[in-house]
Design a protein around this ligand. Structure first.
Ligand SMILES: [Zn+2]
Length: 481
């Protein structure tokens, strides 16, 4: 029955291969002829479309409007902000020829669009009345990737990037955090079904050109941390490089303050790593293209079971995307296996005996539980079951973070903790200290939680170098994707 060429390597055996196998078995994506790029197949793209729909609505609720900026950026733009070019130059794809001729000045395929967007902002913004200016774009970007992995790190990926301009540093910081708290955090928790930490990045982990970077991040099943979204306070760094100035209420020419923020197709990688199991993909109902699939157990298209199954599928609310699997070239068992690999939250099996008894069999993807229920009750039961699956998946991730986070005060405790998950430690915040930690343990600082308490400890010292710490707050460290 099982289709052996799509078997899935168990997680404990080879986690990286398991991840790859889940993607192939669920038919989400494949590698392209160009190393590092990916082809997102229809089922994978359907998940992305669900994500886009939710995020787009949340972003618009924060007042941002969608626009579109060009794929090509003059190289001279990228070079204008010193930290920005330093950070991005190793990843740039550069176009030197066009129209059969060498170009007078090279073009960069956008790695991110701060430079070209703030060039436009410098013309769009004249007065304080033009602020805040809140723009979002859905686009593809290119960052040359040396160690690609489908969805997690690809040379070309899809994302949204928000870019805003504000009258003051205070307002820019407020909006940076607003996006984190009102868009990315609720998206992760309510839709992805992933418990995330929210916090600030260290100097070495922050965005190239930013004053501060904030992020959402969570622990995957292998104990590694995954950054899933970032929001940057750019201060007036880019405004000064691109001349984004406005006349304030006193008629004085003033630099604007910018923010930028993004999430990408990496979220699909996070979804897979968070929830899936050795049988394949597990989808949170809120992002499943089909929340329910109805599989008839019949060998003849004229069997009354077929019509009953079709009617059953059609009876669910449209938002469920309920699928009636009427393929006649596959046996019912093969269909069960297929939908299991694709992570459909609820599978309904309907055979002649079930129909005769006015019942059907419900199977939950997250727990594998199987129950026979009356057809009359199926809509209510499925509704509750979908909500329960969404909650169960979230609770698992919250439990994982809680169980695999250790407060540490010695180097021995630190090295043991980062083998399994997060270590929470006092740290001096020096980049050279972080580099040494990484060299010794492969772990990096992940974030300083927004709600990290000030701890009642006399003169705490850095976990790694023993120097005095800046703040009496513990940082999260982990190995990361
Ligand atoms: Zn240190």
């Amino acid at each position: 029955m099982a289709n052996d060429n799509q078997s899935i390597t168990p997680r404990h055996q080879d986690h990286a291969q398991w991840y790859q196998d889940v993607i192939v078995a669920a038919d989400l994506a494949e590698n392209s002829p160009v190393r590092g790029c990916m082809v997102i197949k229809p089922y994978g793209y359907a998940i992305w479309e669900k994500m886009v729909a939710v995020l787009d609505e949340l972003i618009k609720k924060q007042g941002a409007a969608n626009a579109y900026f060009p794929l090509f950026i003059p190289m001279s733009f990228i070079e204008k902000e010193a930290e920005h070019i330093k950070g991005f130059s190793p990843e740039l794809a550069v176009v030197t020829h066009g129209g059969g001729k060498q170009l007078e000045s090279p073009l960069v395929v956008r790695p991110t669009s701060e430079t070209i967007i703030y060039d436009s902002f410098s013309r769009w913004i004249k007065s304080y009345r033009d602020l805040p200016l809140l723009i979002n774009q859905w686009a593809n970007v290119v960052r040359w990737e040396m160690r690609p992995r489908l969805f997690l790190r690809t040379t070309e990926f899809l994302w949204q990037e928000g870019h805003t301009a504000h009258a003051s540093a205070k307002e820019a910081r407020k909006y940076t955090l607003q996006i984190l708290k009102k868009v990315y955090f609720p998206f992760a928790e309510k839709y992805l079904g992933v418990h995330v930490l929210t916090g600030e990045k260290s100097e070495s982990e922050k965005f190239a050109g930013a004053l501060a970077t904030f992020c959402i991040e969570s622990l995957m099943q292998d104990g590694k941390s995954l950054q899933m979204g970032t929001s940057h306070d750019l201060s007036d760094h880019f405004a000064k490089s691109f001349g984004v100035q406005y006349l304030n209420e006193e008629g004085k020419l003033t630099y604007a303050f910018n923010t930028s923020w993004g999430v990408s197709t990496r979220l699909i990688g996070g979804l897979i790593l968070s929830h899936s199991d050795d049988k394949g993909l597990v989808l949170p109902p809120a992002l499943a293209p089909h929340q329910v699939v109805v599989v008839p157990i019949a060998t003849d298209a004229k069997d009354p079971v077929m019509a009953a199954a079709k009617k059953l599928a059609a009876g669910f609310p449209k938002t469920y995307g309920a699928k009636f699997d009427d393929r006649m070239n596959l046996r019912a068992g093969e269909k069960f296996y297929d939908w299991e690999k694709k992570g459909v939250p609820v599978r309904i099996e309907l055979g002649p005996k079930d129909l005769a008894a006015n019942s059907c069999v419900l199977v939950r993807r997250d727990t594998g539980e199987k129950n026979s229920v009356a057809l009359a009750d199926v809509k209510t039961i499925v509704k509750d079951m979908l909500a329960d699956i969404q909650k169960t998946l979230y609770d698992r991730t919250a439990k994982r973070v809680a169980e695999q986070t250790v407060v540490v005060d010695t180097w021995e405790q630190f090295t043991a903790a980062v083998e399994k998950g997060y270590a929470r430690a006092f740290w001096c915040e020096r980049p050279e200290c972080e580099a040494q930690i990484k060299e010794k343990t492969k772990a990096t600082s992940r974030l300083l939680a927004l709600d990290a308490p000030i701890e009642n400890v006399v003169a705490p010292v850095c976990i790694a170098c023993g120097q005095k710490v800046k703040r009496k707050k513990r940082w999260y460290f982990a190995k990361a994707y």
